[in-house]
Each structure stands twice: as structure tokens, then as C-alpha cells.
Design a protein. Sequence first.
Length: 280
Amino acid sequence: MRIEDLDLGEQWTAKVIANTALTPPDAREEVRELLLEAEDVERDFRAGQSVAVSVAGPHEFGQQQHVRLYTVARTPNELGPGRFTLCVRRCSFLDPYSGERFPGIASNYLCDLKEGGTLPLSGPVGLPFLIPSDPYTPLLIVGLGTGIAPFRAMLRELYELRDWQGKVMLFHGARTGLETVYSSDVNKLSEQADSFSPVAVVSPRPAWGDPEDLGGAIRSHQDEVWQLLNEPEVHVYMAGLKWVGEQFDDALTEAAGSAEAWAARKQDLKAAGRWTSLLY
């Protein structure tokens, strides 16, 4: 999903109801949850949709507006009319030429917002993560880091509103356990639903900055994952950074026996409308 390809529509204003840390102070990365409320009209969101955050400039390279997309984590369906949340990781980037580290514009802007403040938004944009009508449908979900955000709302709909009976396998996590968000929600759900099977994914070397080892986690459950992916009605949902999809493809190439075999199965899932990904 590229911002320049999207019709963001008119801007509207949201009020900050709360800005809460999801990670403890000693975590290497800071993740926060913003509870927002649309000020003008009641706006609705579905799991998988995003809003566009605009930070007024001027910025480097002559940008007058810095725009980034953030996926809605909790929806008005749960929180009440016009209310929703965003899950935001405070980011920085390293200049490859100077070696200097700079704060990410949008993430730091959002993380520093105070209760009672307002921010300009556009959207929602993007297609929602549609849930099959048959509650016995098996689902494979991958959401690492803040990629878990859209599935926070989706899992609630599955188990609190739909009484889901099909097997649901979730890969979630962050570089360390301290940085994993919504883990209490996932653990609670695991205790309540026999069909729900979460797999925690962490980095093998967090001190070195290595990313979460999704490939290793999948290989540890290779037979179960491959069997699930070959169920005739299985649906796959994935959200996060692009490397998440790359690690997933590498691990499933091994499970399938060849790159050609995995490519064929993946294409079948896409052609049947049973593959949904939000990678950026």
C-alpha cells in the first residue's frame, strides 16, 4: 500500500483521549497506544484499515506535509461511536552517509501527543480484513511488532462476537518479551478458547538488533503450519514490515519442498481470495 496511490479524502480532526505506554520503561523500544475520538462525525473502522497521519512542515527535502499510515488497533465497535486506537512504535532512522540517527517524524509526533490535544487525520483507507462467514474456517495469522494492531480488533470479533470454532494459529511477538504488545490479551484468549493457538516470536540476539525469528518459529511448528495451509478453506492474514513476508516465504518454501511448490500454493490462496497482507 503506497500513500501516493491512495485517495485519502478530506482531512478531519481527532481528539486525544489518552496516550498510554504499552511497553515498560526499561524496554529497548517504546510502543504506545493512543485512544482517539473523531470530533466532527461518527467514523467507523474495520480491522485492517488505516488512517493517514499528517504532520505539518516544512520538513527536510521541502516536504510541506509528512504523511504516514497507521493501522487501527481497536475500533468503534468495541470502544463506542467515533472512538478508536492506534498502536505506535517510536522510530528513528540512521543516515547512511553521516551515520547520524534522526527521530522518525510521524511516530515521535504521535508518541508525544498530550491528552486533550488534537491531530489531523484522513481515511479510513485500505480494505478491511474480512472474516469468513463460516465460523469453522481455519485461520493463519501473522502479526509481529505493531503488526499485531489490526488483529487486536479481529480476534475480539472472532471470539467475543462470533463464537469462532475453527482453528486459529497466531504468530506474534517482538525482539524481546518486554516489547511484545497485547500479550496479556493473547494469553487470556488462549486460556479461554481451545481452538486458538498463539506462537510467541522473539529475536535470537536482541542485543545485536536482530529482528524476530519468524522463520525459526515456523520451522518449529512446520508440520502444523503446512497442514493448516493445506486445509481447503484456510484464510491467511499477515501484517508488519516487508521482511515478515520474506521470512514467511523462506520458511514455507522449505516446508513445501521447493520454491515452485510454495509459489503455487500461495497463488492458489490469493486467487481464491483467502490471502490478505498489509506489509510496508
